[in-house]
Design a protein around this ligand. Structure first.
Ligand code: ZN
Length: 198
């Protein structure tokens, strides 16, 4: 399918921001404010068939649509070789209306496919935030670290945690969630199905 674009070099090796041309190099934001995660890996550019599949998963509760996506993430999960896998938490209100967390579904499928123990819920949101799509780029970059808290800090201390998300936009949500885990003594890598260009 030509509307699927895997993310390939050139890119920022820390946050996987793809560049249209040139060589791979750290992006300006990663240099200026290094993220708390060691690296973020995303499989596809957000758009086309990938965006459609994610929308189907998120709003249509079509969990079957997640199966091939989870399978694609499994290989990366195995390569990143974490001690623990955890999904990006959804806020409680959205979880209540949707009934499931799409990142948890992806994490579950990826772990099963990779023959790993099931993902664990290690983080929760301390409060609600407006959806990212309704925020400006500047607002998105100001997501407070206090938005996330580690549910059981002793469970993550000294562990290599892989945080799974469906879509990375600015990395600010991934940064805030990773910060909470790092504060509890974990090292963090992020794996997302897709990433939007800035
Ligand atoms: Zn970067």
């Amino acid at each position: 399918m030509d509307s699927i674009h895997p993310i390939t070099a050139p890119l920022c090796p820390t946050c996987f921001l793809p560049y249209p041309s040139g060589e791979s190099h750290p992006c300006a934001w990663c240099i200026k404010t290094p993220p708390p995660f060691e690296r973020a890996v995303a499989l596809f550019e957000y758009g086309g068939a990938v965006a459609q599949a994610i929308r189907r998963l998120k709003y249509g509760a079509n969990l079957e649509a997640a199966r091939p996506m989870g399978r694609l993430m499994a290989g990366h999960l195995a390569a990143l070789n974490p001690d623990l896998v955890t999904p990006m938490p959804l806020d409680r209100r959205r979880l209540a209306t949707r009934g499931f967390n799409q990142s948890m579904e992806l994490a579950r499928l990826a772990c099963a496919e990779a023959g790993r123990p099931a993902p664990k819920i290690l983080l929760h949101r301390t409060r609600s935030m407006p959806p990212q799509a309704s925020l400006t780029l500047a607002q998105r970059r100001q997501i407070p670290d206090s938005l996330f808290a580690v549910s059981r800090p002793r469970a993550v201390e000294g562990r290599k945690v892989l945080l799974i998300d469906d879509v990375i936009t600015t990395t600010s949500t991934a940064r805030a969630a990773s910060k909470a885990l790092v504060r509890a003594g974990a090292s963090v890598q992020v794996l997302a199905l897709a990433r939007t260009p800035l």
